[in-house]
Design a protein around this ligand. Structure first.
Ligand SMILES: [Zn+2]
Length: 286
């Protein structure tokens, strides 16, 4: 997981631009008429996000044609995003692109390795239609993370995956993703979560939820498998020069470099596990 800065766009700018591209006058009037409800929803989100209480926002349980506020049904609120913010020819597409660019190098903040190709609704628009175009509810995401999370919603604080705009600090600065080496040929890496014991019980539960929601154990393991096959030739040279110590030192150096960049990445945990595996460093890498 990588923390990224929240977009500085105002909800009003995004809303007005989306509404400005609607051709139906009645729909424009109907959406303008629910401005107070939209702003309340956005305010509520901002307040609850600050204390990791987004799960307390009540989902809308009605269908696409059911009214969410005033005369506006769910499908038209979802449509603000789908038809007025996503399409390349719409003026609000500039905001969509700006939010995508919040992720440095377009690397997905949820998994830390996928390429950003879409925006994920942290609170899904199907259940929280008033938040369908709220910038802080839109997070740059890779396709796998976007699909992995789908429309499931957290019923408690513990079930909330991390929000890259709001969950910064210790979630980023302290290590909670670890790995161990499995003695196979070639070696494989098994990832697991071990949150610092001084964290609150809910923070510990949340990193576990994040890890499970995005299926990171399996996806990290695949990334590691590729890197391990690339490492073989390089470590052979280190082994020839200084045997097991040479391999350990090379891996520790890579671990330090990766950790400096991101404490919780598949790379940091992988190099840490490889460097501390006697079996791997003494020849298991071959
Ligand atoms: Zn991702």
């Amino acid at each position: 997981m990588r923390a990224i800065p929240p977009p500085l766009l105002t909800f009003t700018d995004v809303l007005n631009t989306c509404v400005g591209s609607i051709s139906c006058q009645t729909l424009t009037q109907n959406i303008n008429a629910i401005n107070p409800q939209l702003n309340n929803a956005v305010q509520d989100f901002a307040t609850k996000a600050a204390t990791a209480d987004l799960f307390k926002i009540q989902p809308f349980t009605g269908g696409d044609d059911d009214i969410v506020a005033g005369h506006v049904p769910k499908k038209q609120l979802k449509g603000l995003y789908t038809y007025h913010m996503v399409p390349a020819r719409k003026p609000a597409r500039q905001y969509y692109d700006q939010i995508m660019m919040q992720a440095p190098l377009l690397i997905c903040p949820f998994c830390g390795f996928g390429q950003v190709t879409t925006l994920d609704h942290y609170l899904p628009k199907a259940k929280f239609p008033l938040l369908s175009i709220f910038p802080k509810n839109l997070v740059p995401s890779c396709a796998d993370c976007n699909k992995g999370k789908s429309a499931g919603i957290a019923a408690s604080k513990n079930e909330q995956c991390l929000h890259p705009y709001f969950d910064q600090g210790h979630f980023v600065n302290e290590q909670w993703i670890f790995a161990q080496v499995i003695q196979t040929t070639p070696a494989t890496i098994r990832y697991f979560v071990q949150a610092p014991s001084h964290w609150s019980a809910s923070d510990q539960a949340r990193v576990n939820s994040h890890f499970d929601d995005f299926k990171l154990a399996k996806r990290f393991s695949i990334q590691a498998g590729d890197e391990i096959s690339n490492l073989r030739g390089e470590l052979d040279i280190d082994f020839q020069i200084n045997q097991q110590t040479g391999v350990e030192q090379a891996l520790l150096k890579k671990c330090a470099g990766a950790s400096l960049q991101h404490k919780n990445s598949w790379k940091t945990a992988m190099y840490q596990a490889l460097a501390s595996s006697n079996w791997y460093c003494s020849g298991g890498f071959k």
